[in-house]
Design a protein around this ligand. Structure first.
Ligand code: DAH
Length: 349
């Protein structure tokens, strides 16, 4: 039977139990469970003492009730204290785990960059613009006349075999060379002419160093008394700006129907300085472009008097320049848009 003495005994035990628990509690969830164990209105240990009131002798009831109430108040404030303490500890732990070390070096962000072929194109335009060249954007779909005939390559000319052409109709084709732009410019403008024409060209050609679509940059200068030495001087300046001051050029005789004489231009190898290495295949020289003195017939085709004027022209393959510059041995890597490859190339800048 419940009585005051028994209650005092139980109250003492409960206080001790709560204090013991308080030392071990580590998080608010556990604290909540323990609190429920003592203070839940239905199943709590303190609530149970209250239920026993009916068995307590009448004269003890008032003091019994007061004692249980005191115990309940004490437990409430104790658990509040425990709760505060645990919450502060949890906050501290969170601060520590989420701490930001502002002295840590930042993760390097990779800035975006232009495609390597675009970079080469802009670089070349810069160099030639500084020599007074204007940019002329030609047409990608051309007539047979502008791509071949006007460039001194009539239908039966064997030089047509040098370029495998994509014909759209017997008359229209995808231009195989930016040289077609020369004719448009010379028809529209009279000398002095100094233009640069970058753009896409197309050929039915496909291997490690050839792609059905690639980029060229055409240069054309027409004025009085233009000679091969003007060409050489201009190209010398161009290669020094792109490949460094110690780079020299070498002209080799070649053949193009629209130039006479025609030359192939080599530069001293920028990788080995001319001693011979894998890049220049041991020769010390790297071929970079085709050029020449504009054939009289081409000037005539455009209504320009070849006795009064002469011209120089050159054509540069931009992928070739990019491949040499970045050490790429397969032209396809430039067109597959593989970000790993493009980023790697950009990193060398
Ligand atoms: N059009 C030539 C080609 O695609 C390159 C070229 C050679 C252009 C000599 C020129 C030049 O203007 O003079 O192979």
């Amino acid at each position: 039977m419940a009585d005051l003495n028994g209650l005092r005994e139980r109250a003492k035990e409960i206080r001790e139990e709560i204090l013991k628990n308080a030392e071990q509690l580590v998080d608010s969830k556990a604290a909540y469970e323990v609190r429920k164990d003592f203070l839940d209105s239905k199943k709590g240990k303190i609530g149970a003492l209250m239920k026993e009131m009916r068995d307590v002798p009448k004269e003890q009831k008032a003091e019994y009730g007061q004692t249980v109430n005191e115990l309940k108040q004490w437990a409430l404030s104790k658990f509040e204290e425990i709760d505060k303490h645990i919450k502060a500890k949890e906050l501290q732990l969170r601060y520590e785990s989420e701490k930001i070390d502002v002295t840590r070096p930042a993760v390097k962000m990779k800035p975006a960059h232009l495609h390597p072929v675009t970079q080469v194109r802009e670089e070349l335009i810069d160099v030639f613009a500084s020599m007074g060249f204007k940019v002329y954007e030609g047409k990608e779909i051309e007539t047979d006349y502008y791509n071949f005939t006007a460039l001194n390559t009539p239908a039966d000319h064997p030089a047509r075999d040098m370029q495998d052409t994509f014909y759209l109709t017997p008359e229209f084709l995808l231009r195989t060379q930016t040289s077609s732009g020369q004719i448009h410019v010379m028809e529209a403008e009279k000398p002095p002419i100094k233009i640069l024409s970058p753009g896409r060209v197309f050929r039915s050609d496909d291997d490690a160093t050839h792609s059905p679509m690639f980029h060229q940059m055409e240069g054309l200068v027409v004025d009085e008394k233009i000679t091969l030495s003007d060409l050489k001087g201009m190209l010398d300046m161009f290669v020094k700006k792109i490949y460094g001051d110690s780079t020299v050029t070498r002209l080799r005789p070649s053949y193009f129907p629209f130039t006479e004489p025609s030359v192939e231009v080599d530069i001293s190898c920028f990788s080995c300085g001319g001693k011979g290495c894998s890049l220049c295949k041991g020769t010390g020289w790297i071929e970079v472009l085709g050029a020449g003195i504009v054939n009289r017939k081409v000037l005539e085709n455009c209504g320009i008097d070849p006795d009064k004027y002469s011209g120089l022209a050159f054509g540069i393959g931009l992928e070739r320049i990019a491949m040499l510059k970045y050490g790429i041995n397969n032209i396809k890597l430039l067109f597959e848009s593989d970000l790993d490859v493009l980023n790697q190339i950009g990193d060398q800048e």
